[in-house]
Design a protein around this ligand. Structure first.
Ligand code: FMN
Length: 400
């Protein structure tokens, strides 16, 4: 056995077959579908515009990626997506959504990620990671444990939670079943910034191609920008939009300074709370008008792409579910600043809808989550529907 192991160049990095061309058009014409047209973001070119959105797997071992992640990410990497953004990965242990969340707060978490990144690169696919802090929505359960628990709530210490270390911009709980978070002091906020920067150092060593900062779905940054969750009386919160954006933008600036490859930020373009975004000059919830300002400030800081999602910050949200749900928000952000690259996610299953978004200039890349989870071969089927043939992994060619 030993001789066999010695014969391969290490477990990390030995691949029987590289597939750098998968997901690229075989017979190039003058105007192929935009979905399969390469795009340059910052200093990096992605082979197509199908990006896998971050998807928590609740399968980490004390923040360390496991074989599950290799298989989950590997299944998409070997089927021709242009890029994969790994799941919300916390920069501090108490910033995890659940005990099984991914983390990058300590060096030992790098090795299993290197294996995943190396495999993804062997398939010609770019890979990034979503750096996150769950804020007032930390210390909960994986969905399948939650189903047994009966409700969505803060996990107790007996359930491996950390209810005494749940922090947010203000002591406003996410719902009655969640603990009231402790208001973060300015010193604590600097420590969180430092943790993001330290995690970025690890991302460099691992070899990630891009980083996405999680500022969506009610987690820490998202809760900072919304007047529903940030009622601070200092210069980092309250009614003033400039105050609410101040700390997230400071954090983004520090991340930008620490990372020279593409930097994405995911936002929730609206809280989906009842009523208007603003009434009689008073901000009632976070919405598209504030999102446009947030995005334009990010652009000034050198953020390469804004990834548009929505919701998650208001437990009574009333989301209007429909295909391409976030496309109008992405389009508004692009119209406000045509130079800003925008990615859109949300109920995009139909390749023709994805292609139309790109052709009509409403977004620059398409992120998919559940469609890829259901069917990692989505890119191959999309190519067929859009009338082109793309390279399939050598190992899978007989299936197509
Ligand atoms: C299992 C699962 C895990 C998710 N985990 C994350 C996550 O880690 N970070 C994040 O920003 N969004 C997460 N999301 C949201 C997705 O990235 C995506 O925005 C959402 O599913 C809508 O896109 P879709 O209609 O293509 O699935 C998750 C969604 C699912 C289904």
């Amino acid at each position: 056995m030993k001789a066999t192991n010695d014969a391969v160049p290490g477990v990390y990095g030995y691949f029987p077959q590289n597939n750098p061309e998968i997901g690229t058009i075989l017979e190039k014409t003058e105007s192929g579908p935009l979905l399969f047209t390469p795009i340059t973001i910052g200093n990096l070119t992605f082979k197509n515009r199908i990006f896998a959105a971050p998807m928590c797997q609740y399968s980490s071992d004390n923040g360390h990626a496991t074989d599950w992640h290799l298989v989950h990410i590997g299944s998409m990497a070997s089927r021709g997506v242009g890029a994969i953004c790994m799941e919300a990965t916390s920069v501090v242990p108490e910033g995890r959504i659940s005990p099984e969340d991914a983390g990058l707060w300590t060096d030992s978490q790098m090795e299993p990620l290197k294996r995943i990144v190396n495999f993804t690169h062997s398939q010609g696919t770019k890979i990034g990671v979503q750096l996150a802090h769950a804020g007032r929505k930390a210390s909960t359960y994986s969905p399948w444990i939650r189903q047994k628990a009966g409700s969505r709530r803060t996990a107790s210490k007996d359930e491996n939670g950390w209810p005494d270390e749940v922090f947010g911009p203000s002591p406003v709980s996410w719902s009655n079943d969640f603990v009231k978070p402790k208001e973060l002091s300015k010193d604590q906020l600097v420590k969180i910034e430092d943790a993001f920067v330290a995690a970025i150092g690890r991302c460099m060593e691992i070899g990630f191609d891009f980083i996405e900062i999680h500022s969506a779905h009610g987690y820490l940054l998202s809760s900072f920008v919304s007047p529903l969750s940030n009622v601070r009386s200092d210069d980092l919160g309250g009614q003033s939009l400039a105050n609410r954006l101040r700390w997230p933008l400071r954090l983004i600036k520090r991340c930008r300074e620490a990372w020279d490859k593409p930097l994405f930020v995911r936002i929730s373009a609206t809280d989906w709370a009842e009523g208007p975004e603003q009434e009689n000059g008073v901000w009632k919830q976070f919405g598209i008008e504030q999102s446009k300002i947030y995005a334009s400030e990010m652009y000034k800081l050198g953020v390469d792409l804004v990834h548009v999602s929505s919701g998650g910050n208001w437990s009574e949200q009333n989301i209007i579910i429909r295909p391409g749900i976030h496309v109008p928000f992405a389009e508004s952000i692009k119209q406000a600043n045509p130079k800003q690259l925008v990615g859109v996610v949300g109920l995009i299953k139909d390749p023709k809808l994805a292609e139309a978004c790109l052709q009509e200039g409403k977004a620059d890349v398409i992120f998919l989550a559940r469609a890829l989870m259901r069917n990692p071969h989505w890119p191959m089927e999309a190519a067929e529907q859009l009338g082109v043939r793309v390279k399939v992994a050598n190992q899978y060619e007989r299936a197509f």
